[in-house]
Design a protein around this ligand. Sequence first.
Ligand SMILES: *[C@@H]1O[C@H](CO)[C@@H](O)[C@H](O)[C@H]1NC(C)=O
Ligand SMILES: *[C@@H]1O[C@H](CO)[C@@H](O)[C@H](O)[C@H]1NC(C)=O
Ligand SMILES: *[C@@H]1O[C@H](CO)[C@@H](O)[C@H](O)[C@H]1NC(C)=O
Ligand SMILES: *[C@@H]1O[C@H](CO)[C@@H](O)[C@H](O)[C@H]1NC(C)=O
Length: 465
Amino acid sequence: MMYDTILSRSFSRSDQKKLGYGAIFFCLLILASIFTALKSHLGALPALTLRLTTVDDHKMLLIEEKSASQEQEVITVQKNFTREMEPLCNVMDPRSDYCSITGDVRVQGSSSTVFVAPSEMLTGNDSWTIRPYARKGDETAMGPIRKWSILPSAVARQPIPICTEHHSVPGVIFSTGGYAGNNFHAFTDIIIPLFTTTRHFGGEVKLLVTNKNPRWLQKFRAILENLSKYEIIDIDSAGENIHCFPRVIVGLKHHKEMIIDPSRSPYSISDFRAFLRSAYSLKKENAIKLQDGELERRPRLLIVSRKRSRSFTNLAEITTMAETLGYEVVASELDSNMSRTPVIVNSCDVMMGVHGAGLTNLVFLPENAVLIQILPIGKFEWHAKVCFGDPARHMNIKYMEYNIKEKESSLIQEFPLDHVVFKDPVAYHKHNWNLFKSRYLEKQNVELDVNRFRQTLVKAMELLH
Ligand SMILES: *[C@@H]1O[C@H](CO)[C@@H](O)[C@H](O)[C@H]1NC(C)=O
Ligand SMILES: *[C@@H]1O[C@H](CO)[C@@H](O)[C@H](O)[C@H]1NC(C)=O
Ligand SMILES: *[C@@H]1O[C@H](CO)[C@@H](O)[C@H](O)[C@H]1NC(C)=O
Ligand SMILES: *[C@@H]1O[C@H](CO)[C@@H](O)[C@H](O)[C@H]1NC(C)=O
């Protein structure tokens, strides 16, 4: 299975040493988790990179603010068509490098080079090398991403290659390597950035894929077909062909995990969700709105069940309890079948599940739906917030969290209540990713205390009024 390959590869590379210095930490996931870059919020992050990330955090935030305003300047200058030297590439963003080149631009797959013909707009001697995947700083993800050179012909000091294929619309080069096989990363590293970068072309844009992953392209076909009216170009296999464009973008703009920053984009995450509803023909725009005292209509509760780890061991009991509260219960292991999963999720009003990549499907929930994230033992608060809590709020989804107690975890069968596994997860795994992953992600199931959890479902029902 694709996920296995990609995950095991990234894990085998994620030895402790790497984790020590790469800005790598992890984010949830299906089989297990991947440690991936970005900021830490004091305290929460399961160890690993705590020392590093708390320091880097502030640095990264500063850089981010600076780069946002720099981008503004570049846009203003471009609008005026001044002849001053202007960078074709913005490499200041902490999460992704991004080039936008207008003019006579020629792409050579065999050498992974973007040649830029001389023009009055282009002065200076700069060239760039970019890896077009939005998880800069995480070498486990970025290492295998193909490098692209952006080479003005004046700098190359050689004649620009002759076009063999002419295109009349812009081309966008992006990678389907990295952590693309994980659903959370597919959305936060590629799909949302691709939407932000290409939506304004209204389909009049060609997608040039590097590190082509055919299964990935197949899985997200509906989204890709709606972003571009044209066949996808496997640019790594273009051989000696020279594809010529009036404009080429290399890399994708990334704002925050699963979030589009409206101050940096003409689109919001609501636009993205509306786009998904259209691409997958999802009918339900708004969650059910219950009237006081209403009994006839039953809100639909989706229980995201997992089979291999972090699964609910008393699903039947949870289902019965939820039904007595008036829910219509749908229990599903959300898989990668995109004819099915978006439709199931969109049909529901409340979605509950244990922290994991399956919750990424929240993007398909209707407006004003409720997400209940269940946190297993292991100090997941920070990941819970960054991966799903904050995104849910931005998406106009009401967000609730339920922290399980020791006796609701299968770990209680192996360890006494006062064991360090419960008392201090960080002291237990000592920043060792493999130990953390195996103990808290892979070898933990959840038996919800239905009496305790009932209150959460009652509250969720109230939120639908
Ligand atoms: C762009 O042009 C407008 C109108 O000519 C001018 O007011 C503005 O100052 C210019 N901006 C820059 C950054 O040159
Ligand atoms: C570019 O480099 C060449 C040779 O090194 C130099 O002669 C030229 O002045 C440079 N141009 C600019 C704009 O820096
Ligand atoms: C997506 O594609 C389908 C069929 O190709 C089309 O009917 C629909 O309008 C498209 N939606 C958007 C938002 O482009
Ligand atoms: C995906 O789900 C649809 C609808 O349930 C089904 O018809 C189709 O066979 C499934 N595809 C795969 C590959 O399982």
